[in-house]
Design a protein around this ligand. Structure first.
Ligand code: PXG
Length: 395
């Protein structure tokens, strides 16, 4: 029996069955490539759902991890550490905001943003206690914690987890009139992915984000952009909101914020929003730990120094132009921004992902019929050609 089979058997024996992974074991990774125990090489076209934008084990990020690991890794927030301040400044400068709250996972940052929005509604907007409402979009994915799944329109994400969070209104994604009609005097915030990832790389109509931000401004509603998957270069801009020159009231960041090396997430806003938190009102044991902050600073340096957002823009266009040449009745639509590409099929995409795996290309279906291609942003044209040959083969 191969080591791959042994590992999968062991995983299936003890692990909760909350995932349906492809039958491949990754034992080593470098750049855009991952390797299985038998030495087979695969191109990673998923990037851990855009947490590995900088490529697997980027040397500069790994070095930051090693250097910091030899100094101090965790202090708790009972004390200061020497990495948090510089990290705060880097994130504040990157986003143009003046306050940052560090967490660890994307969902934790989403929960933090929901708490900030509700408290802002009561303390700043003057909404009556316990009446604050959050507007979110059908098809959203904001994480797996109770607040995040309460926002979801997907029954399976919520089944058996009730009672869920009250005060949530769902509207169709991309529909500005629906947003206008959903806003009430009790609305705290509109939470939106500038590009919906898990829904299948859904790009909103041109001007939607801009119009939504204007409506929110007019109605004194916080515009919160969940850029956990779409942000940090993935869409071909630093933030997907940049495609419409929209600066949200609140950014939620995660995934590639840690360069695929260490979990770190955050909520970024101005003091009028994040100032609602006072000591004892929110926190996290690992939030803002020096190891995460050191790794994240290196991850952000790589993002900027290697101009990864622009690479994503240029190479995304190059890749999609090649994909558009594929003539297949199985392909319903090809869409994307930068190296955030979805190929919607007329049938379930799982088999196509399995076939691509056999050809050495790793990707994952999302929402049944969509294959998501989201390679690390360090990929080259030649490597995209390699991927294209295999994609063309299966169609
Ligand atoms: C837009 C968005 N917001 C929030 C989250 C939650 O982040 P965390 O997973 O770090 O809590 C995501 C995560 N995105 C995502 C995509 C696909 C699978 C999975 C998975 O939970 O295995 C997660 C995301 O894509």
């Amino acid at each position: 029996m191969t080591e791959t089979k042994q590992v999968i058997e062991q995983t299936e024996k003890y692990g909760a069955n909350n995932y349906h992974p492809l039958p491949i074991v990754v034992t080593r990774a470098e750049g855009i490539w991952v390797y299985d125990p038998e030495g087979n090489r695969y191109m990673d076209m998923l990037s851990a759902y855009s947490a590995v934008n900088q490529g697997h084990r980027h040397p500069k990020i790994i070095q930051a991890l090693k250097d910091q690991a030899d100094k101090v890794t965790l202090t708790s927030r009972a004390f200061h550490n020497d990495q948090l301040g510089p990290w705060y400044e880097k994130v504040a400068n990157l986003t143009g905001k003046d306050m940052v709250l560090p967490m660890n996972t994307g969902a934790e940052a989403v929960e933090t943003a929901l708490k900030a929005a509700r408290r802002w509604a009561y303390d700043v907007k003057g909404v009556a206690d316990n009446q604050a409402e959050i507007i979110a979009c059908v098809g959203n994915f904001h994480g797996r914690t109770m607040g995040a799944v309460s926002l979801s329109s997907d029954a399976e994400y919520k089944r058996g987890f009730g009672p869920l969070l009250p005060g949530i209104r769902l509207i169709p994604y991309g529909d500005i009139e629906a947003l206008k009609n959903a806003i009430t005097p009790n609305t705290a915030a509109f939470l939106v992915e500038p590009i919906q990832g898990e829904a299948g790389i859904i790009i909103p109509p041109d001007g939607y984000l801009k119009e939504a931000s204007v409506v929110c401004k007019e109605q004194n509603v916080l515009f919160i952009a969940d850029e956990i998957q779409s942000g940090l270069g993935r869409s071909g801009k630093l933030f997907a909101c940049d495609w419409e020159a929209v600066v949200p009231d609140v950014y939620i960041l995660g995934k590639a914020l840690g360069g695929g090396v260490f979990p770190i997430s955050c909520v970024v806003a101005n003091a009028d929003v994040l100032g609602v938190f006072n000591p004892g009102s929110h926190g996290s044991t690992f939030g803002g730990n020096p190891l995460a902050c050191s790794v994240s600073m290196a991850a952000l340096d790589v993002l900027i120094e290697e101009d990864l957002a622009n690479r994503s823009f240029q190479l995304g266009q190059y890749f999609m132009d090649k994909l558009f040449t594929i003539q297949s009745p199985k392909i319903k639509e090809i869409r994307g921004r930068g190296l955030f590409v979805g190929v919607e099929l007329t049938e379930p995409a799982r088999d196509y992902c399995e076939k691509l795996k056999e050809l050495g290309l790793l990707c994952k279906e999302t929402h049944e019929n969509v294959i998501r291609f989201a390679p690390p942003l360090i990929i080259t044209e030649a490597e995209l050609d390699w991927a294209f040959e295999r994609i063309a083969t299966i169609f």
